[in-house]
Design a protein around this ligand. Structure first.
Ligand SMILES: Nc1nc2c(ncn2[C@@H]2O[C@H](COP(=O)(O)OP(=O)(O)OP(=O)(O)O)[C@@H](O)[C@H]2O)c(=O)[nH]1
Ligand SMILES: [Mg+2]
Length: 459
């Protein structure tokens, strides 16, 4: 395959002590030598070398930097790679990149290094995705899932599922045309059992998908309640900064505010909303409408009500009618009421409530309780799973496994209905294909474009 040499600044733009310029492709060794005329030969692979980088046209010094040459296939992309650690900032890395481009390299597309690593078999598609997740991770939970995926955790599981299917197929072939004098045919029941085992394993993985997909976006945790309940105060206290305006006036918050936050190692999008009430002027009413929309999408709701007021009928109804979404019943301003007092709701009202917490932003009481409670309510499966259990973090994975599942189920039903084994067998190939697509052993340009589009340039 004819490949060109790509180059990019792999570190984030902006001031920084050090930046990395990376090249991959057949020309990168030649380009390095062109930029570093002091080198009498290409540096030994994987050996960091101090070089003066110069503009080949006028010999002007660009930077004094560290260069490392990796000879393919023992490199990130599998091709020859050069990495230049230079001084950071807006100018130096860009100047070096520009010089590499003038010397024959092409500016890399987002994710192109990892795409080449995939195309050369250095990583599978799941590992390539894990690289993107690792770079974007804002919580320890996604960090852990990405590392597991990078270490082949998910790939190994999906590959094992595929192997198991191939085995089912082999048994079936044996069942269909065993030679007379050989062992007797494999009983259909055994084949069904093996197919069912694969279904169970797929279900275990699929069960991780809802939480796994949330790991990448962050679960929506909505602070709601009457005006003046202390929602914005709690929002600020959890974020550790004064992000929302707090006043003693009811109806302070109008627009919903969203912030990414890690609670107990898990990612959340915490939303502060306009207090719920019937009255209020136009802007506030619009704000309340926005609150309602957030409540419909919430993964968990923190319903706030001060300890020093009586719980309203509307609040009781909210608690009782809680749908599928877990609700945390938060009694705010706990400092105003001595520990035991202030709870006038009854067990009946609390039937649908997942957890109750008393908080005070004055004393800090209850804040840790919220940090502890929320991950368990949204990410229960991931919280209790072993740390290196694979998790499905993308709809791409889920869809692939769902297709495989449906085909295997159809296979099982067909055998159960006594259809000829040859007919049932027609479901196994599509199931295998679906798993191969998840792994990326087979892929289309469209899938690759979608996977690598979310990468940054230089990765
Ligand atoms: N003593 C005490 N006062 C609090 C506490 N939390 C909030 N307050 C006060 O309660 C008032 C309302 O607080 P906010 O955080 O603005 O309440 P809110 O629910 O966001 O109100 P709206 O945006 O109007 O719906 C302010 O005067 C806060 O200082 C608390 O834990 N203890
Ligand atoms: Mg507010």
């Amino acid at each position: 395959m004819e490949v060109d040499t790509i180059a990019a600044v792999s570190t984030a733009p902006g001031p920084g002590a050090v930046a990395l310029v990376r090249m991959s492709g057949p020309e990168c060794g030649r380009i390095l030598r062109l930029l570093a005329p002091g080198l009498s030969a290409l540096p030994e692979p994987r050996r960091v070398t101090l070089v003066d980088l110069r503009d080949p046209e006028d010999g002007e010094l660009l930077d004094r930097a560290l260069a490392t040459f990796y000879a393919g296939p023992a490199s990130y992309t599998g091709e020859d790679v050069v990495e230049i650690s230079c001084h950071g900032g807006a100018l130096v890395p860009e100047l070096i990149l520009e010089t590499c481009v003038r010397a024959g390299a092409r500016r890399a597309d987002p994710g192109e290094f990892t795409r080449r690593a995939y195309l050369r078999g250095k990583v599978d598609l799941l590992q390539a995705e894990a690289v993107a997740d690792l770079v974007h991770a804002r919580s320890r939970a996604l960090h852990r899932a990405a590392l597991t995926q990078l270490e082949h955790g998910l790939s190994a599981r999906v590959a094992a599922l595929r192997e198991a299917l191939v085995h089912v197929e082999a048994l079936l072939v044996h069942h269909i045309d065993f030679p007379e004098e050989d062992e007797p045919p494999v009983p259909i029941e055994r084949i069904v059992k093996e197919a069912e085992a694969v279904l169970r394993d797929i279900d275990v993985l699929l069960a991780t998908a809802p939480e796994g997909e949330l790991l990448r976006e962050g679960a929506l945790a909505v602070l709601a309640g009457r005006p003046n309940a202390g929602k914005s105060s709690l929002y600020n206290a959890l974020l550790g900064e004064e992000r929302a305006i707090v006043t003693e006036e009811p109806g302070t918050t109008r627009d919903a505010l969203v912030a990414s936050i890690e609670l107990g190692g898990f990612p959340f999008r915490l939303v502060d909303t306009a207090g719920l009430r019937e009255a209020g002027e136009r802007v506030e009413r619009i704000g309340i409408e926005v609150t309602r929309r957030y409540l419909e999408r919430a993964d968990v709701v923190l319903l706030c009500c001060p300890c020093d007021v009586e719980v309203s009928e509307a609040e009781r109804a909210f608690l009782r009618e809680a749908g599928g979404v877990p609700i945390v019943w938060v009694r705010t301003k706990a400092d105003l009421v001595p520990a035991a007092g202030g709870d006038d709701v009854v067990a009946d009202d609390l039937a649908g409530v997942a957890s109750t917490v008393r908080v005070s932003v004055e004393t800090g009481e209850g804040l840790d309780g919220i940090r502890r409670v929320l991950p368990g309510l949204v990410y229960a499966g991931v919280v209790t799973a072993s740390p290196d259990a694979p998790v499905l973090t993308r709809s791409r994975h889920r869809r692939g496994l769902e297709i495989a599942r449906a085909e295997i189920e159809a296979f099982r039903v067909a055998l159960g209905d006594g259809l000829p084994a040859e007919v049932a067998a027609s479901h196994l190939r599509p199931a295998e294909t679906a798993l191969e697509e998840v792994l990326g052993t087979i892929s289309t340009e469209a899938v690759l474009d979608a996977v690598f589009a979310e990468f940054c340039v230089g990765k």
